[in-house]
Design a protein around this ligand. Structure first.
Ligand SMILES: Cc1ncc(COP(=O)(O)O)c(C=O)c1O
Length: 356
């Protein structure tokens, strides 16, 4: 076979080290999921929707897009839905990148931006983080006439930091109008800092080059259904719609998404749980003499020495977390918040491992 070198040269896909025994034996704190599970309303909608599984879904996801538009005070044609927001990263790269083009992103951020950029034969310009956060000045300075996209993961996965409004506004002002700015807001519902940028008004005002990525995989607890979306200006959304596979969002994801969005109680519960978990982890990690990175998300990153060895030792005790050497952050691990019971057990295990 003649494979494309852009794809053949990518690192092979390594699924998260998951299961050696039954899944239930391991406490999974490695994928930033919602430990409270899906919204009860979404579960009810799923049960009702199953009987329609022989039907194709609405290829335009109208009910879901309208609900998302209403949620943000935007119009239907400001919204595009996808099979997880990960698929949107691919669609964006397909729609904007070709050989010779550049995409600017952080070094130490969500890996899909880089993989999909390389896949298209474009160059990934990776700008080091500063204090585990995006260095927006350096990123603006990295833009060249070849730049087509800038990815800003805010809050950032895997470090959990968020950039503030003043910094983001100053950054946006420096980006040329013909360079697309993708702000990935997968963790927006967890943000703590009061000056986190609200970029919806810029979409309402018709800013041509801004796209906000969101997901149902985190606070809404629907990671397994694969449902993401983006808010953007009409022309940009219409352009991306051309590249979208017709039935990319399945029927069950659509009904569950509408129900989950309406369940503000479940969102509030999930947010409160993340707040309490964050306070717990920060205190416990500090008490172990560690320096956790301040978190604006449902996970925390912390330096532990040999991240691979600590990860293996945790796994031997029944916990999966994410070692970050492979993300360009050697020595750090990322811990997703679990249930209260899991968090307590995890901290005890980590304390024992670090003492040993
Ligand atoms: C920053 C960020 N963007 C996008 C995604 C992908 O989300 P989805 O499950 O909707 O594809 C993730 C998943 O971990 C993420 O951390």
């Amino acid at each position: 076979m003649r494979f494309k070198s852009e794809i053949q040269n990518l690192p092979p896909y390594k699924p998260a080290k998951l299961i050696t025994g039954p899944a239930s034996d391991l406490v999974k704190l490695s994928s930033n999921e919602n430990p409270l599970g899906p919204s009860p309303r979404a579960l009810a909608a799923l049960q009702a929707g199953v009987a329609q599984a022989h039907r194709y879904p609405d290829s335009a996801s109208v009910a879901l897009r309208q609900a998302l538009a209403d949620h943000a005070g935007l119009a239907l044609d400001n919204v595009i839905c996808s099979n997880g927001s990960d698929e949107l990263v691919l669609l964006i790269c397909l729609a904007f990148l070709a050989a010779g083009d550049e995409a600017v992103m952080a070094e130490g951020t969500f890996i899909s931006y880089k993989l999909r950029t390389l896949e298209l034969g474009a160059r990934a310009v990776c700008v080091p983080l500063r204090d585990y956060a995006h260095d927006l000045e350096a990123m603006a300075a990295a833009i060249t006439p070849s730049t087509r996209i800038v990815f800003l993961c805010n809050p950032n996965n895997p470090t959990g930091t968020a950039s503030g409004a003043a910094e983001v506004e100053a950054f946006l002002a420096r980006v040329p109008d013909d360079v697309l700015v993708v702000v990935d807001e997968a963790y927006i519902e967890f943000v703590v800092r009061p000056d986190y940028p609200d970029l919806l008004p810029a979409i309402r005002d018709g800013r041509p080059n801004l796209l906000l990525l969101r997901t149902f995989a985190k606070i809404y607890g629907l990671a397994g259904l694969r449902l993401g979306y983006a808010y953007g200006p009409r022309d940009l959304v219409a352009y991306l719609e051309r590249a979208r596979p017709t039935f990319n969002v399945n029927l069950l994801a659509q009904v569950a998404g509408v129900a989950a969005l309406a369940d503000s109680e479940h969102v509030a519960r999930s947010r409160a749980h993340a707040d309490a978990s964050r306070a717990f982890f920060l205190e416990e990690l500090r008490a172990m003499g560690l320096e956790p990175v301040p978190s604006e998300t449902n996970f925390v990153a912390v330096t532990v020495g040999d991240d691979g060895a600590v990860s293996d030792a945790l796994r031997a005790r029944g916990f999966t977390i994410t070692p970050l050497a492979g993300w360009g952050l050697p020595g750090l691990i990322r811990i997703s918040f679990g249930t209260e019971e899991q968090n307590l057990a995890f901290v005890a295990a980590l304390r024992t491992i670090l003492k040993g």
